[in-house]
Design a protein around this ligand. Structure first.
Ligand SMILES: NC(=O)c1ccc[n+]([C@@H]2O[C@H](COP(=O)([O-])OP(=O)(O)OC[C@H]3O[C@@H](n4cnc5c(N)ncnc54)[C@H](OP(=O)(O)O)[C@@H]3O)[C@@H](O)[C@H]2O)c1
Length: 328
């Protein structure tokens, strides 16, 4: 398995299994399927509400004689716990659900903070339906993240959905530099500027929604009654053509493209055949001119699928990371 050396010194497998929208009753089997075909990197988050079921899969795998040291497990500090006093508490909950002593990578999931409701898991709402925003102390949170490394509960720390100035601010005060930035990145949102910036800072990139998150349309309709606009990159003409040329599937072309741009990929699937398909991306290469063709699919900000505006009112948070209005 190909790996990226993080600034922490640890190695991160280039391919991981995404698990957002993988319900607890299917994710155990999905993780076992992935481990059986060679995945060693699993991406989850406190917010995905499936850490417990992932922990069960890992326990089963260890019982079969496999080693914890061979795995790379990522989880994330939730938006409702994004304050210094809460870091250790939410990490402990994730560790206990995952049934692990440490995670390989702990990420600040989002740069903004909400007040938790009475369950502690979801954002509290104002009377008008907007979410209750809290001030976010990135520096204080980062200092607590560093303490978790020193306590041995986390091997590497990083961020997700942060923009350049937020990253810069952290790097300026960090004793332990962020190892990884996890961002939306796919053919329609290639993120060249942010990727180049992170390269200079020795921050590895993990690309989320690398297939264009085709399951999200239904998810957002069911959960928020929102009609999500998302580019259908799996069916784009260029990708279909390259799939034919290389005798590969469109998903394999999309994943290979991102890997050749230097990022790790974490495609989500709960389907054993697709989990296996998504892992077969290391035995072919897109040529320079094919990479150039893929470049033309980049729509910049217009290609972004997850702008988080389904969190009603989030764009009014001072740390909202994306442009508020996207021009056509
Ligand atoms: N940090 C963050 O804020 C953040 C945000 C979003 C996502 N993520 C992480 O990134 C992971 C991946 O992103 P994502 O889940 O948004 O989207 P994705 O991986 O781009 O797409 C997943 C969807 O594609 C389908 N799929 C998988 N393999 C396929 C194939 N070979 N051919 C056709 N369809 C296929 C899956 O359905 P089946 O399951 O039915 O195969 C699922 O509906 C997440 O699961 C999560 O771990 C992080």
């Amino acid at each position: 398995m190909y790996k990226i050396r993080l600034s922490s010194g640890h190695l991160m497998p280039v391919l991981g299994l995404g698990t957002w929208q993988a319900a607890p009753d299917v994710v155990t089997q999905a993780v076992l399927s992935a481990l059986n075909v060679g995945y060693r990197h699993i991406d989850t988050a406190y917010n995905y509400r499936n850490e417990d079921a992932i922990g069960s899969a890992l326990q089963q795998w260890f019982k079969e004689g496999n080693n914890r040291e061979d795995l790379f497990i990522t989880t994330k500090l939730p938006h409702v716990g994004n304050r210094p006093a809460d870091v250790e508490n939410y990490l402990n909950r994730s560790l206990s659900r995952l049934k692990l002593d440490y995670v390989d990578l702990y990420l600040i999931h989002m740069p903004f903070t909400f007040s938790p409701d009475e369950t502690g898991d979801s954002p509290a709402k104002n009377e008008d339906g907007t979410l209750v925003l809290n001030e976010t102390d990135h520096i204080g949170v980062w200092k607590e993240m560093e303490k978790q490394v020193n306590a041995g509960k986390v091997r590497s720390i990083g961020i997700s959905n942060f923009n350049k100035s937020q990253i810069e601010r952290l790097c300026n005060i960090a004793t332990i530099q962020p190892s990884c930035l996890q961002i939306e990145m796919h053919a329609a949102l290639q993120q060249k500027d942010l990727v180049d910036f992170c390269k200079q800072k020795n921050i590895a990139i993990t690309a989320y929604s690398p297939l264009g998150s085709p399951g999200s349309k239904q998810h957002f309709m069911n959960k928020y009654q929102i009609s999500l606009q998302s580019p259908d990159i799996l069916h784009s003409d260029t990708v279909t053509k390259l799939a034919k040329t290389h005798k590969r599937t469109p998903a394999q072309i999309l994943l290979r493209h991102i890997v050749q741009l230097g990022a790790a990929v974490i495609p989500k699937s709960s389907n054993p055949a697709r989990i296996s398909e998504n892992s077969k991306i290391f035995d072919f290469e897109l040529s320079e001119s094919e990479m150039e063709e893929m470049k033309h699919l980049d729509q910049g900000e217009k290609g972004r699928i997850l702008d988080f505006k389904f969190f009603k009112g989030v764009e009014n948070h001072p740390e909202y990371p994306f442009p508020k209005a996207v021009s056509n």
